[in-house]
Design a protein around this ligand. Structure first.
Ligand SMILES: *[C@@H]1O[C@H](CO)[C@@H](O)[C@H](O)[C@H]1NC(C)=O
Ligand SMILES: *[C@@H]1O[C@H](CO)[C@@H](O)[C@H](O)[C@H]1NC(C)=O
Ligand SMILES: *[C@@H]1O[C@H](CO)[C@@H](O)[C@H](O)[C@H]1NC(C)=O
Length: 258
């Protein structure tokens, strides 16, 4: 009898652990980098202030971000991202300059189909990485020629996906927006926002997982496409429709389908 009870206990504990399993990534490592369009002043998933968009920001892939809806532990974190190579181009392109940018996470990049943000704890994305950073670019904060290219050889300048290294950095010392008070923190909507100026991982200054606290809704997706599965009600801002558009336009351009 006690053995049975122990088994039941173990089973329920492991079920609980499954429900809250996010990617526990190292402070420094490698990742993939894509880019997306974030309108100036847009209040994205974390609910960071509109002025944060005037500085370098990224959306982080869902299972590293730590929530499927609204804010998560990734919100507000800063990373120095350095471009390595674009291995999806043929032949791969290795730039002859080193380009880096310090970004703040303000947005969620949802899991969806074979997308670059679809890594789970048990399965990396198609680039073999567990994190994808989706850079808000073009941006007033990042030069239009940030991404190196060789148009004469490839016939285009936008490689779309980069292999990168990332380092966790202190936001207040390293992020370009840190000196602008209006670019830090979150908008006041009462509940579904969380954007620490400088999260350290301590419970006092790091967002919890919104979806763990509130329950992940069942998957009611139909065959209409990945993007429809992203429609989650009850969030205070309109990240998801924007993202759906982004994903759709990507799919249409054939860019994600490698
Ligand atoms: C770097 O590469 C670009 C494009 O591939 C080329 O135009 C440029 O001349 C190179 N610069 C140096 C210093 O090699
Ligand atoms: C990405 O860069 C890392 C570090 O240089 C390298 O080990 C890895 O092979 C690269 N990945 C691809 C797909 O090129
Ligand atoms: C978090 O805040 C509480 C209350 O202010 C404080 O007692 C605690 O020491 C803080 N913890 C950390 C890790 O800073």
């Amino acid at each position: 009898m006690p053995t049975m009870l122990w088994l039941v206990y173990l089973l329920s504990v492991s079920t609980l652990a499954l429900a809250t399993e996010w990617i526990d990534y190292p402070a420094d490592g490698t990742a993939t980098l894509t880019h997306y369009t974030l309108p100036d002043g847009y209040i994205a998933s974390c609910g960071c202030t509109g002025d944060s968009t005037r500085y370098p920001t990224v959306a982080m892939s869902q299972f590293a971000y730590g929530s499927s809806t609204a804010y998560g532990p990734g919100c507000g974190r800063c990373f120095k991202i350095t471009l390595l190579n674009t291995y999806t181009a043929s032949p791969p392109f290795i730039p002859n300059v080193t380009k880096s940018v310090v970004v703040k996470v303000t947005d969620l990049c949802p899991v969806g189909g074979a997308g670059w943000c679809s890594a789970t704890p048990g399965k990396p994305n198609q680039g073999g990485q567990y994190i994808n950073f989706d850079l808000a670019w073009p941006s007033v904060a990042i030069p239009d020629d940030f991404f190196p290219s060789d148009e004469a050889f490839y016939g285009y300048t936008d490689f779309g996906v980069w292999n990168v290294t990332y380092q966790t950095v202190d936001c207040l010392e390293n992020w370009a927006g840190a000196k602008k008070a209006s670019a830090l923190g979150s908008v006041d909507d009462g509940s579904s926002v969380c954007c620490p100026a400088n999260p350290t991982g301590s419970a006092n200054d790091t967002c919890p997982s919104f979806s763990d606290d509130n329950g992940i809704p069942p998957d009611t997706a139909t065959s209409a496409g990945d993007a429809s599965a992203l429609t989650v009600p009850n969030i205070g801002h309109s990240l998801l429709p924007l993202y759906s558009l982004f994903v759709l336009s990507f799919l249409c351009s054939g860019y994600l389908v490698e």
